[in-house]
Design a protein around this ligand. Structure first.
Ligand code: XMP
Length: 509
């Protein structure tokens, strides 16, 4: 069993980020609800606990609490923000209201011998976000860092391996944050850095071999990162894996060919590629309403997959590219449906299989990408930006035709080319062209034109939940616009979408 740290969730906004940072430090961790803390400790025998921040205030009724004996099990604990106040309050310290402290502060390390601050500069910038303060330390604790406005910016009881920080070590703005987190993991918890992608491949392939062995496994490839990496990983353990790739004809230029090239030729997989473009176009004829498009594509996708899967017959295992944020969110997500997202999630009902295999279930997206490289997948697949299941259908406003698809593919290709040439691809989260249903008058040569407007969308984001429009330099926009109107027939105008999310969404439909 891999050394495990439990990141105990008290509802703070940076919880997944803390877990990602721990993993980045090569230590495996799981995010668990504070309500499950006791059973998860019994189940995983953790080397340490990290208590996250949270929106509650320790003294208010209903604030999440833990039993004091959790802090007396000999397991090292690092409490962050609310987690720090929780340790103080639970062990008999006092927590009280103070002036709101939000943003950058200078952290002064006062306890130079502290393991938590080993090698950390005496003064550095840290990020604060709290209104509640530790007024009195619990017995056995000392203050190990302060800021001008926060008398207990960090506290510790080194004998009991209990540490608390009022600031957020997980965010970028805390200069020494990652070092502090690593100190906790390595100096206090005794981590040995077992969590690496090569180790993960080795362990998972061995497990999958033992489990799947010579049995039959099936995977739906979408061309996206997750299903690609899941398939490549399972393929290592099970060379007889069969992959079905449904090409709905709504992919970007060259994408379908790339999937076939990479998986059939490159990875040597048994790949069934179904060219269903015409079938989808027929179903979508005259459909303009975004949700209807999504529903039709989702259902049709399932039907095509089902027909192919039936030819294969009963399989033992169905491989899916579920990743850790999906797992976390399906446990916490009560938010309203804004768009009905279509993924391959509906498949289990239509495939005759014994068991689901989800080899990425424990991985964050950045880990999935690292794993993809480890498995020898090309950058074009591994670094692929998010692409919606319904594909270009929701990037064409109004009805979808083969001609419009071609216009959009060509315009999008130029955009991608220019972004890559200008090395903006790593800083922009997602960028694409959309075809509006607006036609306007233009003039080309001496001739009047009456053609389409292409809209460019490019956003920066951390997770797709909120986004800002990317500040692409004007001269790059100029090139993109020039090339599109010159190289793509039936386009005479290019617009740049400068709306953030919210209030807009990233996709246009
Ligand atoms: P929106 O448009 O909702 O998009 O701001 C947020 C992120 O989700 C992607 N997206 C989808 N992904 N199936 C998917 O797998 C979908 O139906 C879908 N719709 C939007 C979008 O590209 C962005 O990254």
């Amino acid at each position: 069993m891999v050394q495990t740290v439990l990141v105990v969730d008290f509802g703070g906004q940076y919880n997944q980020l803390i877990a990602r940072r721990v993993r980045e430090a090569n230590v495996y961790c799981e995010l668990v609800s504070f309500e499950k803390i006791r059973e998860k400790i019994a189940e995983t025998d953790p080397i340490g606990l990290v208590f996250t921040g949270g929106p509650a205030s320790f003294n208010e009724p209903g604030a999440p609490r833990i039993d004091a004996d959790i802090l007396d099990m000999g397991i090292p604990v690092l409490g962050i923000c609310y987690g720090c106040q929780l340790i103080a309050g639970t062990l008999g310290g006092a927590v009280g209201n103070g002036p709101r402290e939000y943003g950058r502060r200078t952290l002064d390390v006062t306890e130079r011998g502290s393991k938590l601050f080993a090698g950390v500069a005496e003064k550095s910038a840290c990020w604060m976000s709290h209104t509640v303060y530790i007024e009195k330390l619990p017995r056995g604790f000392v203050t190990s860092a302060t800021t001008e406005t926060c008398p207990v910016a960090a506290m510790e009881n080194a004998d009991k391996k209990l540490y608390g920080v009022q600031f957020h070590p997980e965010v970028m703005h805390t200069e020494e944050g990652f070092k502090i987190l690593k100190n906790f993991l390595y100096e206090v918890c005794g981590a040995t850095g077992e969590w690496t992608m090569s180790g993960y491949v080795e362990r998972t392939v061995a497990e999958l071999k033992a489990k799947i062995g010579g049995k039959k496994a099936l995977c739906a490839l979408s061309g996206g990162v997750d299903s690609a990496v899941a398939a490549a990983l399972v393929h290592r353990a099970c060379p007889d894996l069969v992959c079905i790739f449904v090409d709905h004809g709504l992919l970007r230029k060259g994408e379908a060919e790339e999937v076939v090239r990479v998986f059939r030729d490159g990875q040597g997989m048994d790949l069934i590629a179904v060219d269903a473009g015409e079938r989808f176009l027929k179903k979508l004829e005259g459909v303009t309403e975004p949700e209807r498009k999504r529903k039709i594509i989702g259902e049709e996708f399932i039907r095509v997959f089902e027909a192919e899967a039936k030819k294969i017959g009963k399989v033992d295992y169905l491989v899916q590219g579920t990743i850790y944020p999906d797992v976390i969110e399906s446990g916490l997500d009560h938010s309203a449906t804004i768009k009905s997202h279509h993924n391959v999630g509906g498949l289990p009902d239509v495939v005759d299989f014994k068991e689901l295999v989800e080899p990425l279930r424990l991985l964050f997206k950045d880990e999935v990408r690292r794993l993809g490289f480890e498995l020898g997948l090309p950058e074009a697949i591994v670094m692929r930006q998010p692409f919606p299941g319904p594909g270009l259908a929701i990037r064409i406003i109004g009805d979808i035709t083969a001609d419009k698809l071609e216009i959009l593919r060509d315009a999008d290709f130029i955009l991608r080319d220019e972004i890559a040439k200008n090395r903006l691809d790593r800083e922009i989260w997602q960028y694409f062209a959309a075809l509006t249903d607006i036609r306007t008058v233009g003039v080309m040569g001496d001739e009047r034109t009456y053609d389409y407007t292409v809209m460019i969308r490019a956003v920066t984001s951390a997770d797709g939940m909120t986004a800002d429009w990317a500040r692409i330099p004007y001269d790059v926009l100029q090139n993109i616009s020039d090339r599109i109107v010159n190289e793509v027939k039936h386009v005479n105008r290019v617009a740049y979408d400068i709306t953030s999310k919210p209030p807009a969404t990233i996709e246009l439909e």
